[in-house]
Ligand binder design. Structure first.
Ligand code: GRF
Length: 217
């Protein structure tokens, strides 16, 4: 039956674009009804307009608190008939006002392998810590910061000469693959939540073990 999507984005909107492209190409059974941004200058709003979706700016400073802000965001989403909300580079923590309006239907993408490295500016932290792999995570949103049940992760190697920018670019390519896929699994009604574990019905096994650097035997 397809998703009626609302996308919340604060920045350039490349993840939004991957969702729009997947909808247009038939890989994702959804329509982006509206893009809402806390940043009136967000490139994501231009991408929405270019794709024929509604674009709504709800500047954060215009509301007295997070709940009041989210009431305005929820009103914009409901006005456009949204049933599922995708956070895509949205730099605000959402409140129970938004989560309560779309129970179990709010997703986020994070550019690290949660629960490691939540929050912002993660790529520099990943490199400084010396982990061999990073990646990205699509998860259901709960009231914490990047703490909700995990739907899909992609693992990306960290290279010796990586800078935060080169690592971010390698991870972003995978973000653009896993976010439309997670949404399509949701559209197909295949995601089942048990506690904080998300199961795909029927299952679709992922990749095998990865090593970085290589293991000889
Ligand atoms: C992405 O890395 C996303 O995971 C993070 O912010 C970045 C946004 O990129 N939360 P874009 O606006 O989708 O291009």
């Amino acid at each position: 039956m397809g998703l009626e999507l609302g996308v919340l984005a604060s920045g350039g909107g490349s993840n939004l674009q991957s969702i729009l492209d997947a909808c247009a190409g038939g890989a994702l059974d959804a329509r982006v009804r509206v893009v809402v941004s806390d940043n009136p200058k967000a490139g994501a709003l231009d991408r929405a307009r270019a794709a024929g979706a509604a674009a709504v700016a709800v500047p954060f400073g215009a509301s007295p608190d997070r709940e009041a802000h989210d009431r305005r965001v929820v009103a914009a989403l409901q006005e456009h008939g949204v049933d599922t909300v995708a956070l895509a580079g949205y730099m605000r923590l959402v409140s129970p006002v938004l989560l309560g309006a779309f129970p179990g239907r709010v997703l986020n993408i994070h550019p690290a392998l949660l629960p490691a490295f939540p929050g912002v500016h993660v790529h520099g932290q990943v490199i400084a810590h010396g982990v061999r792999f990073s990646g990205c995570t699509v998860h259901f949103v709960d009231e914490g910061m990047d703490t909700g049940p995990i739907i899909i992760q992609a693992v990306v190697p960290v290279r010796d000469d990586d800078t935060p920018d080169t690592l971010a670019a390698r991870i972003l390519r995978e973000e653009h693959r896993i976010y439309p896929q997670a949404l399509q699994y949701l559209a197909e009604g295949r995601l089942r939540l048990e506690g904080r574990r998300v199961f795909l019905d029927p299952p679709s096994p992922g990749s095998g073990t990865l090593h970085n650097p290589a293991v000889r035997s």
